[in-house]
Every structure is written in C-alpha cells, then in structure tokens.
Design a protein around this ligand. Structure first.
Ligand code: SAH
Ligand code: SF4
Ligand code: F3S
Length: 507
C-alpha cells in the first residue's frame, strides 16, 4: 500500500463533508497532502486522505496493450482489494495507469458506509461520463461495497456503467470484461463463504516500498445495527495462515519494513489447518508474523473490543516489533446506545478493557471510532460519550454522525430521530474534546525518544525525513549529517509538535 502520501491525488475529499470538519481535525485526515497539514496519528487503515486515490503499479505499463485505471474509496480493505484486482487484471493483459485519459477500463472501488460516501462516488461517476462520451469504447466498472449493495440497480441508475462487481467476485473480472466488451452489461455480486483471494499475490500499487496492507480475513459476522458491512462484505472468513506468512515474508524480502494485518475484526481471526486440524488464532498469527524478522514492524486493524484477548495483549508486549497501537472503536459511551448498536459490551466493560491495555502496555496508543446522534440518543447518552473519551484518553478518533443505511438492523428497527442540527452539534463537541486529548497526547511525547521508521522525505522539505513511531504518530525531523535512508529506523527525540506532526531531531 502507499504511504507515500506526498503524491496523493485526492479526488474524493468530498467524503470529508459528512464529518464536522473542525479545521484542526480536518487536517487529521489529510496526511501529507499538498497545502494541508500532515497528520499526527493517522490510522493507516481508515485514511480519509486516500479517498479516491488513483492507483498504478510500478510495473512498466508500456508492456501492456490495454490499460486500467482504478480509484479507491472506503476502508483499507478496499485499497487492499484494488491490489488484488490489479493482480488479476495484469495477468489478463491490462496494465495499471494513473492517466485516466488513456485507460480502456475505468474502475471505481466503492464504499457504502455512510450516505455521503455513496454520494461522492455518484458524483465521480458523472464525471466519467465525459470520458465515455469522448471514447465510447472505454468500459466503466463499479467494484466494491456499493456494487454489492445496489447490484444491477446501479446499471439502471448509472447508464454509463458497464460492469458491476461485488467484493467476492473479482476473479470473474476477466470474463465480465470480455462480456461487457461485446456490449452486454455484466454483473456479478455473488458473495462467497470461502473466498479470501489468499493465493493471489497483490500487485503493490503506487507504493512507498516500506509498508504494505495484508488482508487476513474478509467479511464480518457482527451485525452492529448501524453497519452495512456485513451486507456488502458477507460472512466472516479467515485466510489460510500459511499464505499470510508467505506474503509477509515475501514483502520483507522485497525490502518492506512494515505489514498492516487487515480485517474488520482481526481478533476473531481463526484458521483451521485442514491437514492436521491445528488452529491458528489471531495471537498466534501475530506472533508468527512478528517472528519473520525483528526489523519488520507489524500493525493490525481493526480490533473489536469484545474480541481482543489478553493473549493478544501479551503477544504485543512480547515483541518489540509489534506496534504499540490499538484501534479499539467504542462507537458510543452510553451503555443504552451500545445495546441498541448491538456492540455486545457495556460502557464499564469497555473501560475495563482500556484499563487492561494501559496496565499491560503503558506505552500503547489507543484510537477509536465514534458515532454521534445514533437513534434515540439523548443529551445524557451524548455526555456519556464525552466522559468516556476523557476516560480513554484516545490519541486520535475518527468521528462521524449517524447516517442511516438501508437494510441495516437500525434502519429496520429504529427511527433515525436525532435531527441533523443536533447530530452535528454533538459531533462538534466530540471533535473538540478529542482535539484537546490529541494535543495533550502530543505534549506528553515532548522530551521522549522514539524509534521512527523512515517512510520518505517530508513533503515540505527534502532536507527532512518523515516517519512514524510504533504508536503510529507521524514525526518529521532534519536529516542532518546522518546517513539514513528510507526504510531505516532512527532514534528521534521529540522537541515540539505542530497541529498534526511531532517534530524532533535524531539522537
Ligand atoms: N469493523 C470496524 C469498523 C468498520 S466501519 C469496527 O467494528 O470497528 C468504520 C467506522 O465507520 C465504524 O467504526 C463506525 O464508527 C463508522 N460507521 C459505520 N456505519 C456507520 C453509519 N451508518 N453512520 C455513521 N458512521 C458509521
Ligand atoms: Fe460493521 Fe460492526 Fe462489523 Fe465493524 S464489527 S464492520 S462496525 S458490523
Ligand atoms: Fe466502506 Fe465497504 Fe470498507 S462499506 S468502509 S469499503 S468494507
């Protein structure tokens, strides 16, 4: 995956507008983008700045007769899927390009998580119309969660779309493309109980060569009442542990220094070896990946609070190269809301989990996702969320107001009865509280020395490096007279911070 945010093209920034974008917080989602502040602690798996990122592999695209262009939206799973799609297409004669004008096939890998996400994609599709008019031979395909949610309806509504392909049907892309090429609209949105694309080596697209996403599972069985993911991604399934390890080893051999293990709920990873029936849990997988090499950093996301075990926490303690950062979305601080959300934990249970993490991993950063204004939320429920934030002292949170998604449990059972003005006001209060916490978190780092994995030049100044701490905070520091290069670890003493970045010097 690309952490080379210096070269990001942000076409989908509109997606930000479904959050209250406190100026300071806006910058949190805008890592390393020209004219914007870099981020302090960005969860690489939910990087809003990457929305609409156009992809192209580093392979020499001149060797291919035909070209595809892909834009990705949504979570890291989608970005990782685009790399699987690229591998499938390259095998079938399509090379990736970043230049949409020369593409024979334009793909958009979509997200349905909130209404605004879908609107952004609809808008982008209308922009493709001009290209299609200029070159009627070009095929336009919708991939991902919106394809799965809307199915053939998309073909009727978006007249220019030729292909609609759900997240479990990418292997059929070559056939679908051939079909669409003969003028037949092609749809495959079948969900699978076992597809993990485990045998496909993703083509790393637009990559900094330091950090890569590795999908370890697909789907989700949790049925949080607000969430569309179980409907768009299907049943949870874990990928063969051997193929995960092989992919991570291969990345390390190619010079990567960080792997990010991905799943909607990584702690419920569970794989049975069909040959000897031995099981691999997430803690075991984490340990095996960590053992590949002490200089390979391991990150993971997302952890559902109900599933993260002591075994996982002890494994994080045991290995220096397992990053000390847990993304532990709480969603709400009110037990009543959590019950309606079907999160299966209470406020107190979640607080105890935070206590446990702090006790075992005092240096671990904790980040969260929060939804404001879920169905029937009162001021008291909202205050519970604010006080939970204070308790958890998150280093960073992703904050949203509730957006009803058709077909979800909440849409069927509960009334979306908090008015938009109230939702936005509550969201703003949460954003402000988080801003104070993030600032305090930065302040605590001043004076300390962190091991920083260098990801590349700072976007503003070639004489400075940009890298991350184990806690996932971005650090910028002068190169000085040291001989470091991209992919090296440097010991950096933090001296100051700006809105979104720690500033330090090599010690
Ligand atoms: N699997 C992850 C979350 C995936 S979706 C987990 O369980 O933590 C990312 C985030 O989007 C969620 O954590 C939630 O905060 C937010 N989200 C999901 N559905 C939403 C909705 N209908 N409205 C607003 N925010 C939503
Ligand atoms: Fe959605 Fe809940 Fe699954 Fe996360 S755990 S993807 S919020 S259903
Ligand atoms: Fe969006 Fe699908 Fe991910 S709905 S958040 S792209 S799983």
């Amino acid at each position: 995956m690309s952490h080379d945010f210096n070269h990001l093209y942000i076409k989908g920034l509109g997606i930000l507008s479904d959050k209250l974008t406190h100026k300071n917080i806006l910058t949190k989602f805008a890592v390393q983008i020209k004219c914007m502040e870099p981020d302090l602690l960005i969860d690489k798996t939910q990087d809003e700045a990457r929305q609409g990122e156009a992809y192209a592999s580093q392979a020499n695209s001149a060797v291919f007769e035909k070209h595809f262009y892909v834009e990705s939206y949504g979570c890291a799973m989608n970005f990782a899927d685009s790399e699987v799609v690229a591998a499938i297409l390259e095998k079938n004669g399509f090379g990736g390009t970043k230049n949409i004008e020369i593409a024979d096939l334009i793909l958009i890998n979509t997200c349905s998580i909130r209404e605004k996400a879908e609107l952004t994609i609809r808008k982008r599709l209308t922009e493709f119309r001009r290209l299609k008019q200029a070159n009627p031979g070009v095929l336009v395909g919708v991939l991902g969660c919106m394809a799965e949610r809307l199915k053939a309806q998309l073909l009727e509504e978006e007249k220019l779309v030729d292909l609609v392909v759900g997240p479990d049907a990418y292997r059929t892309l070559p056939d679908l493309i051939a079909n669409a090429g003969t003028g037949h609209k092609a749809v495959n949105v079948l969900l699978s109980r076992d597809e993990t694309y485990g045998d496909i080596a993703p083509v790393r697209l637009d990559n900094n060569g330091i950090s890569a996403f590795v999908s370890i599972m697909r789907g989700c069985n949790n049925m949080c009442s607000f969430c569309v993911v179980p409907f768009t991604r299907g049943r949870e399934r874990s990928r063969d542990a051997f193929s995960i390890l092989a992919e991570c080893k291969d990345l390390f051999e190619k010079g990567y220094k960080e792997v990010v293990l991905l799943g909607q709920n990584v702690d419920s990873y569970y794989w049975n070896n069909p040959e000897n029936n031995a099981t691999t849990t997430f803690a075991m997988l984490l340990e095996e990946v960590a053992q590949i090499d002490p200089s390979l950093r391991v990150r993971f996301s997302t952890s559902h609070p109900k599933d993260i075990t002591d075994e996982v926490l002890h494994t994080i303690v045991k290995y220096d190269n397992i990053c000390k950062h847990i993304h532990l979305p709480v969603q709400s601080g009110s037990t009543r809301m959590l019950q309606l959300m079907n999160r299966t934990y209470t406020r107190e249970w979640y607080m105890a989990k935070i206590d446990r993490i702090r006790a075992l991993l005092p240096n671990c950063s904790i980040t969260s996702d929060i939804i404001a204004g879920f169905c029937t939320e009162t001021e008291e429920d909202h205050r519970d969320t604010l006080s939970l934030l204070e308790y958890a002292k998150y280093d960073l949170s992703y904050m949203y107001f509730y957006s009803e998604r058709p077909g979800t449990l909440a849409a069927r059972r509960y009334e979306d009865d908090v008015d938009l003005v109230t939702k936005k006001r509550r969201l703003q209060e949460i954003v402000d509280a988080q801003w104070t916490l993030s600032n305090e978190s930065n302040k605590r780092d001043v004076g300390s020395v962190f091991e920083v994995l260098i990801e590349g030049n700072s976007k503003r100044n070639e004489a400075e490096w940009m890298g991350r701490t184990s806690q996932n905070k971005v650090v910028v520091f002068p190169k000085g007279n040291f001989n470091y290069k991209k992919g090296d670890y440097a010991q950096v003493k933090i001296q100051d911070f700006t809105k979104g970045t720690l500033l330090g010097r090599i010690v």
